[in-house]
Design a protein around this ligand. Structure first.
Ligand code: GLU
Length: 499
């Protein structure tokens, strides 16, 4: 039920795969909307034709769906709302609060360079706008002529000349900026499309957005947005700028390259990019609940010891006023810790479904078997992918053996041992772990072979390396026939290597 006036929006630009920073922004908006029985709006900000990337919008929707964020409204697309922006820019021009600017790119470039040479920065605003080529400096006829001739132009905001712009942010408190330092930002580009700032403010107003929750990188735009609201005479929404997600060293925004170094993705899902595929958290075996729990705590501090928060817990406990203003360091170990916890909490049947879905080799296996493999091995897995490498030998006989171990056990005695072991295995009637363990242990004791001399080759035969769960449990899991076949495969392998 949507009965409150709280309306938030997630407003990504479809310029590539959604970064987890963007996903966190979506999450915080969603949590805030839910806990206030408000509305979460999805708005695609696609007015920048140059940066538009095919497939990005679909990716955003799939990523939100994967983590369980549902929008009540949208997606709206700004590219489908051009008339609205046109009308609104016209009204600002008519009121004298925005103006046409015809300056050529080279001319502006020249100004920039000559300023730079003097150690200054060129700012297009009240102090020089009358010396430049625009509808404030040119006379009416000239302007008309240029417009009729369709001369290339932009529309600029006539920034306030001498005002202290005071902005409020729910996380950062009050911020003030002197308008005389601001430039006359472009609101309309020469390609006839609104800029981000303009379309964003118009839409937030028209969509009745009550709270703008977005990343810290947009904080510098806040004074301009605030002036735009004032220019239109509109009431402002409340603003909350979320802290950046920093790399583990706390130096700079978490980048794709940081992720590579840490061995983790920075995107939720697989992205088939022009430069190749980028894996997402989903493909790397993370659970969506673990990811959202982890992301929620990047910047938000619940103020208690509680760390495991389901989506419902988050909705109940999240507090926008408790979001920190300083950057949040991305801690991979913590993420893995969360994923490990969520794997242990997840029903084995669901995990099994996931494995069956992801690994061809399991398609023909009985589901009960996969469930019991999960039960036996998940304790040591941080991710689903790790889980697969921890249990795959239960389904696939070793193709290659660990070289070092193979070398070590490659002697005539081993072949004999494996053959004797096989005979013992063959003779076991109740093929259950404790029975197998009892019989094999007493045989080893009687034979005086020594545990290592039996267990090492046996493990190598079953697993392919000296890893894995309790060997007797593996025997039981594989069953007599498969166990015997793996023992004999290693014995053959050793035979050929000794020839
Ligand atoms: N389109 C902007 C982005 O990609 C939206 C910023 C905002 O939420 O105002 O992040």
């Amino acid at each position: 039920t949507m009965n409150s006036s709280v309306r938030v929006r997630f407003a990504p630009s479809p310029t590539g795969p959604l970064h987890i920073g963007g996903l966190r922004t979506a999450l915080f908006n969603y949590l805030f909307a839910k806990q206030n029985k408000g509305t979460f709006v999805l708005r695609i900000e696609d007015t920048d034709k140059k940066r538009y990337v095919n497939g990005a919008e679909k990716y955003i929707e799939e990523a939100l769906e994967w983590v369980g964020i549902k929008s009540e409204e949208g997606p709206y697309r700004q590219s489908e709302r051009k008339d609205l922006y046109k009308n609104h820019i016209q009204s600002l021009i008519d009121k004298g609060l925005a103006y046409y600017a015809f300056d050529e790119a080279e001319a502006l470039d020249g100004h920039r360079k000559s300023h730079e040479a003097k150690g200054k920065t060129f700012i297009y605003n009240w102090h020089n706008r009358l010396k430049l080529e625009n509808s404030l400096s040119l006379n009416k006829e000239e302007v008309e002529k240029k417009l009729i001739a369709n001369e290339k132009h932009v529309v600029r905001f006539k920034s306030f000349e001498n005002k202290t712009i005071v902005c409020k942010d729910l996380i950062r408190g009050e911020l003030s900026v002197e308008s005389k330092l601001l430039d006359d930002k472009i609101l309309y580009k020469s390609d006839g499309m609104p800029t981000y700032h303009f379309a964003n403010v118009v839409d937030d107003h028209l969509m009745n957005i009550s709270h703008v929750i977005r990343g810290e990188e947009w904080l510098p735009s806040l004074p301009l947005h605030s002036m735009l609201y004032d220019a239109f005479g509109w009431e402002k929404p409340k603003f909350a700028h979320l802290p950046l997600i920093l790399n583990p060293k706390g130096k700079g925004k978490l980048s794709k390259r940081d992720g590579d170094k840490l061995g983790v993705p920075v995107f939720p899902l697989l992205w088939n990019g022009e430069k190749g595929d980028l894996l997402g958290f989903r493909e790397e075996g993370y659970l969506p609940g673990a990811l959202t729990n982890f992301l929620a705590l990047l910047g938000w501090n619940p103020g208690t010891e509680k760390e495991i928060f389901s989506m419902n817990d988050l909705v109940k406990n999240f507090d926008i006023n408790k979001v920190n203003s300083s950057g949040a360091k991305f801690d991979v170990e913590k993420l893995k810790w969360f994923n490990h916890k969520y794997l242990q909490l997840e029903r084995n049947e669901k995990i099994a479904d996931h494995l069956i879905c992801s690994y061809q080799e399991l398609k023909t296996m009985k589901k009960e078997l996969v469930i019991s493999a999960v039960e036996l091995t998940k304790e040591r897995a941080n991710t689903l992918n790790e889980l697969w490498s921890l249990c795959s030998y239960l389904f696939i006989a070793p193709v290659n053996y660990n070289e070092k171990t193979l070398k070590k056990v490659s002697k005539d005695g081993t072949i004999e041992t494996l053959n004797e072991l096989s005979k013992k295995i063959e003779a076991i009637n109740t093929f259950k772990e404790n029975e197998i363990s009892k019989l094999i242990k007493s045989w080893i004791n009687e034979s005086g072979k020594g545990f290592g001399n039996v267990m090492q080759p046996a493990r190598l035969a079953l697993v392919g390396e000296l890893k894995g769960i309790d060997l007797y449990v593996i025997f039981e899991f594989l069953g007599k026939e498969e166990s015997l076949s793996r023992l004999s495969a290693l014995s053959k392998k050793i035979k050929t290597s000794l020839q």
